[in-house]
Design a protein. Sequence first.
Length: 228
Amino acid sequence: MGGEFDWSVIWKYREALWDGLATSFKLFGIALSGGIFFGTLLAMARLSSLKVLSYPAAGFVNLIRSIPFIMAIFWFYFLTPMIVGKFTGQQGEAVGPFTSAIVAFIMVESAYYSEIIRAGIQSIPRGQPWAAYALGMNYWQSMGHVVLPQAFRNMLPVMLTQAVILFQDTSLVYVVGLKDFLGAASKGGQITGRIVELYIFVAVVFFLICFLASWGVKKLNARLAVAR
């Protein structure tokens, strides 16, 4: 049965596949950075004693975490052009699939990372921020210099595990026409009729990247456990 496969199609479409993989990594990097940044803000808002901050943050996180990821991508892909069009007066597609995917991924990842970061902040003994206050620090100084550095160290393995899941989820964007790694393989397969070979290649690449990343997270977790 192996003789029925034509693996030369992978080499033939190597440039398109490489461009698609670069797009996937670009989406991953932006979504990861935005998710951690806004997730930190959401976590701090949820832990705030001000209900005007904690209630909307909790509602946003619970809403986003309750819907399928692919539905969030569709929402932003179809709704964002309509919203932007009302403000700009443009008709049709006001934003492209990449922008819509970026918005969707940052929103979803910020909700997930906020829960990870909130748990990390709550893992720090309460005496430490109080000691920072005793030294004359305000809330933001104590969070930036005392609490968050220790919290990020505690939750680093979990954050990296979520990053691996995020990279896997980047393959979902091909459903809105974005030419990521999977989208490039799908397009090449439709043209050549060799979609099986290309899908197998994509699966192998995703497996190798995620397996090596997971192995690295496991080794890092072991080192951090020894350090503690």
